[in-house]
Design a protein around this ligand. Sequence first.
Ligand SMILES: Nc1ncnc2c1ncn2[C@@H]1O[C@H](COP(=O)(O)OP(=O)(O)O)[C@@H](O)[C@H]1O
Ligand SMILES: [Mg+2]
Length: 256
Amino acid sequence: MRDRQTDEFDKKVDELRTKIKGLDQLKVRDDVFDEYTLLGLYKLLSKGWITAMGGPISTGKEANVYLADRDGTPVAVKIYLTRTANFKKMQDYITADRRFINIGKSRRDVIFAWTRKEFSNLKRAEESGILVPHPLVFDRNVLVMDFLGDEHGAFPQLRLAEYEDAQAVYDEILEDIRILWRKAKLVHGDLSEYNILYGKGHPYLIDMGQAVTLDHPHAPGFLKRDLEQLNRFFSEQCSTIEVSDTLDELCGSSLQ
Ligand SMILES: Nc1ncnc2c1ncn2[C@@H]1O[C@H](COP(=O)(O)OP(=O)(O)O)[C@@H](O)[C@H]1O
Ligand SMILES: [Mg+2]
């Protein structure tokens, strides 16, 4: 049954739709901008983190990424899709993460926590010294980060990038994995040529929502898979280091 509170909430959401500059042009998927997303966007807008929304950079099942403007500087806005994201998988991963023991059980709670988790992972990764998009702020299921790109647009994913020295790129990504493990105490967990952008001569690791701390039961398995993915992609391009050697180096032979 509808009550006055619901009506007022709907009215507020309708107002937000017209207030958020650029939003009316985003017809990608109507269900992206449910009321919580709108409230999140509105909050970020009223606090000045976003000045106007631009077009989509990427649309997926878990999240959409939009270009947005912050006082003349481009930023990337990642919006987790509260309706279509794989909530069950997120729940499995997040409940084993000690940083997130007290989150609620609803779909919304889990997706909001996931957004917070990606923010926190990016921050830890950045602090350890590797190249990732600098995370600016998050609200509900909306994460704002630096836009990785230049005057030609967003940096390409590694699979589409052109680089001269494959060995140097491979070595740099492998070093990122090592630094993540040793300093940030994190494993990316979904590393691939899709989740690495390449620009200004360097690889940038992105998409860190699923990254876990070393005490997570998935950590060793994730590390092995990340290393295998990296070697698969580069195997024809340059010489690669055996996955077992890196596993030995980072976590000892017990994990193989
Ligand atoms: N900070 C950013 N700057 C520029 N492009 C980005 C940024 N973050 C994501 N993208 C683009 O959006 C795509 C999807 O982002 P990602 O974080 O991998 O989300 P998904 O969960 O949908 O895979 C990326 O492959 C990249 O092309
Ligand atoms: Mg991705």
